[in-house]
Design a protein around this ligand. Structure first.
Ligand code: 3H9
Length: 703
């Protein structure tokens, strides 16, 4: 028998154990192995019932995602065929579900006549998160088990339910006492079924899944949901599949489901989301650091600065049960910071996300202090003070004196030179950059900045602690702005320049949100603060020798005290939450254009798209070439999780591959020649992009 299956016969029952760590993904080899074990059990007259279980406890996390988009996905036996055959076996088949039954894993369980789960098991059909629909019977068998509406909600949300809820919904027949007794209880269940001469499958609980729904249920449902689905294809396909379950026979419904699944699988949306699934898992791997490198232990954390950022950072750690010392210079600022944290938690209580007891437990883990001596036993110290090199270096010199040897010293900076901070103290190997995004307790992205001297175990420990506090950590090298903010520069530059050439803020923003970005660049800058961006620009201006005419719009708005949303006027005019195009801004752009000798013209949307996004892409490719980013997919994660780039496009690097690298290069070359001196200066194709195109590559990689 296969190494993927453990097979044994006990007490008239075949125990078929799935054994493909880590998650028993249903690859083609796995499907062959399961089917042949099931056929053996079906043919064996000694076998009166069959139990499918996970050898290492975990049942199954679904189809093998890596096979999608390749021939292996439907190589024989396909998953739908395998499950159809299992559902036809004329003996009771029991799924014993430990830990997880997700996607194709739950569909495998649904193909069985009976299901038992351990209390900690999570069940769900999360295909939608990959831009897919359940394609191996989930959209047809689940509604026949729990009704169309419940099935629709479960599949559209991708929600994972626990065992007890699954039992209440009717997905599980039984919940075992505990994980350890699951297999024994499944066997006892099997003996009962054999004793009672139970049928291979019980009668369907909901043979007419929509019987309790109004006739126009699906049309009304679509009408109400369409605006929320926006550009997403998968929810529309799920709804069609569920409707089919209500109208067609099981056999017809399965055929319809398969066609819809294949449409989803082939979509660029699903390709993008699958790319991101693997990108997230890859981001944690650092090529020159072995996975088994011993880590430093982090039991106590200290955060310096109790402002919005410092407070948010501290919350991450106490949320994960790690004690935090929060240090401020003045007691009033410390009190304000602690009160703000408590207020944030109170909001969660009001929303029903936390209990009062949980809030108290978290606040207990927070210790406010004004004394650096209290940081002596911290294993990780994160500085979140004002973004100014001298101030940060001063803090680090104090840390150098008070912190214990081996403590990791992190700076939360969004752009400053981590090496310059590290080199200012006696232990640069312990220094690392942690760029949290605001609000730090909410945003998932964390740029982990590896300095020249950062020790490998400091980086590896930081990556591990980031995972522990629920962050998606992406490694960046040291450069101005790291991965995310450095790419923001050319993207924003183009947007500003386009205003001088004749576009309006609303036109530019509409093109960007039309592509799927959460916010247009000008709405984003109005939110961030025109004044804040001006001050950052001022701080870095001396370093720049370039033509800065494109900064003039921002500079003038600053001078007019149009600071953005907070002052009611910026690139737009705000009335309450309403954003309006402002003729004054257009007039300002016209005046600046004439002062700068830039001729104005009507600009089409394609040009806005290409100039903003190709410059963004170009900078990303340059970062990869410089080794600032380890891989193209890391860049995608940064822009999706930190800057509102649409996940459905897979991130700027994946999007560039979809557009075609040669087209991106041609676009950049076109504007280089069409935009005169400005084009000459700024539209320089990244050498890596040129090399990739010359070599006929379609995938962005170091080369
Ligand atoms: C489906 O089933 C379609 C069908 O309806 C129809 C078909 C016709 N395939 O996340 P982790 C790997 S679609 C391949 O780090 P965790 C993962 O890449 C599928 N590989 O651990 C990683 O590998 P590596 C529906 C998979 O404990 C390793 O396992 N199912 C799959 O934080 C550990 O993963 C889903 O959408 C897979 N299905 O989380 C479930 N799953 O170590 C997707 C995992 O080399 N999976 N891997 O980097 C998950 O949500 C999480 O991985 C899971 C574990 C909760 C299972």
């Amino acid at each position: 028998m296969s190494d993927l299956i453990h097979y044994c016969l006990e007490d008239g029952m075949a125990l078929i154990g799935l054994c493909r760590p880590p998650v028993n993904a249903l690859s083609q080899r796995m499907r062959v192995a399961i089917l042949s074990a099931c056929e053996r059990a079906a043919a064996d007259t000694e076998v009166k019932a069959i139990i499918l279980h996970g050898v290492h406890g975990l049942f199954c996390a679904g189809a093998d995602i890596a096979e999608f988009g390749t021939d292996a996905a439907f190589a024989e036996p396909s998953l739908p065929d395998t499950l159809m055959r299992i559902s036809e076996i004329d003996k009771p088949v029991i799924a014993a579900i430990g830990k997880l039954a997700l996607g194709g894993g739950l569909e495998l369980a649904l193909a069985c006549g009976y299901r038992i789960g351990e209390p900690g098991a999570r069940l769900g059909l999360p295909e939608i998160n990959l831009g897919l629909i359940p394609g191996a019977g989930g959209t047809q068998r689940l509604p026949r088990l729990i009704g169309a509406e419940s099935a629709l909600n479960l599949i559209l949300s991708g929600e994972q339910v626990d065992a007890e809820r699954a039992r209440l919904l009717g997905i599980l027949d039984r919940v075992a006492d505990n994980a350890e007794s699951l297999l024994d209880e499944a066997q006892a269940y099997g003996r009962e079924l054999i004793g009672a001469a139970a049928p291979a499958r019980p009668a369907e609980q909901c043979p007419k899944p929509a019987s309790d729904l109004p006739e126009d249920f699906f049309s009304r449902f679509r009408e109400s949901q369409e605006p929320l689905w926006k550009k997403r294809l998968a929810p529309r396909l799920v709804t069609s599949a569920l409707e089919a379950a209500c109208l067609l026979t099981l056999k017809e419904g399965l055929a319809r489901e398969l066609a819809l699944f294949q449409q989803a699988e082939a979509s660029t949306q699903s390709q993008a989301l699958r790319h991101l699934f693997f990108a997230e898992r890859e981001a944690g791997r650092i090529p020159d650091i072995p996975a088994d490198l011993p880590l430093r232990s982090i039991r106590k954390v200290a955060v310096i600065g109790a402002g919005t950022m410092g407070g948010g950072i501290a919350m991450n750690f106490v949320n994960a049960g790690i004690p935090v010392a929060l240090l401020e210079q003045q007691s009033a600022a410390l009190d304000r910071g602690l009160t703000q944290i408590r207020n944030n938690y109170e909001i969660s209580v009001k929303r029903g996300k936390l209990t009062t007891a949980q809030v108290e437990a978290r606040m207990e883990l927070l210790y406010g202090t004004l004394d650096y001596a209290d940081l002596a036993d911290a294993d990780l110290v994160i500085e979140a003070v004002f973004e100014k090199m001298e101030i940060k270096q001063q803090v680090f010199q104090t840390l150098d004196q008070v912190c214990k040897p081996g403590a990791i010293l992190a700076t939360n900076t969004s752009s400053l030179d981590v090496d310059a901070i590290a080199m200012s103290i006696s232990r640069p190997q312990d220094v690392i950059g942690l760029h949290f995004f605001s609000p730090a307790n909410v945003m998932r992205l964390l740029e982990v900045v590896r300095g020249k001297a950062t020790a490998p175990d400091v980086l590896a420990t930081t990556m591990q602690i980031a995972k522990r506090i629920g962050k998606l950590a992406v490694v960046s090298g040291v450069c101005f702005g790291f991965i995310g903010n450095r790419m923001l520069e050319p993207y924003s530059r183009e947007a500003h320049r386009l205003l001088l050439e004749g576009a309006t803020p609303a036109q530019v923003d509409q093109v960007l949100t039309g592509v799927g970005l959460n916010m247009g660049i000008f709405s984003m800058q109005d939110l961030a603060g025109v004044d804040v961006l001006y001050l950052i620009r001022q701080a870095n201006r001396t370093a720049s020798v370039h033509d800065e005419s494109y900064c003039r719009m921002g500079d003038e708005l600053y001078a007019l005290q149009r600071y953005g949303q907070k002052s009611g006027r910026g690139f737009y005019r705000y009335e309450g939450r309403d954003r309006r195009e402002d003729p004054e801004v257009v007039a300002l752009a016209e005046r600046l254009s004439s002062e700068l000798g830039i001729s104005r013209r009507a600009i089409d949307d394609q040009e806005i798209h290409d100039r903003c996004l190709f410059m963004l892409i170009n900078e990303g490719i340059q970062l990869l070439d410089e080794g600032i980013a380890l891989r193209a997919s890391d860049i995608d994660l940064v822009w999706i999780n930190g800057y509102g780039f649409p996940a459905l496009l897979g991130g700027p690097m994946h999007y560039a591959e979809q557009i075609g690298l040669a087209s991106v290069l041609a676009g950049i070359q076109r504007y280089r020649s069409e935009l005169g001196a400005y084009g000459e200066m700024w539209f320089k194709p990244a050498p890596l992009l040129e090399r990739l195109v010359a070599a006929g590559k379609t995938h962005i990689e170091r080369f």
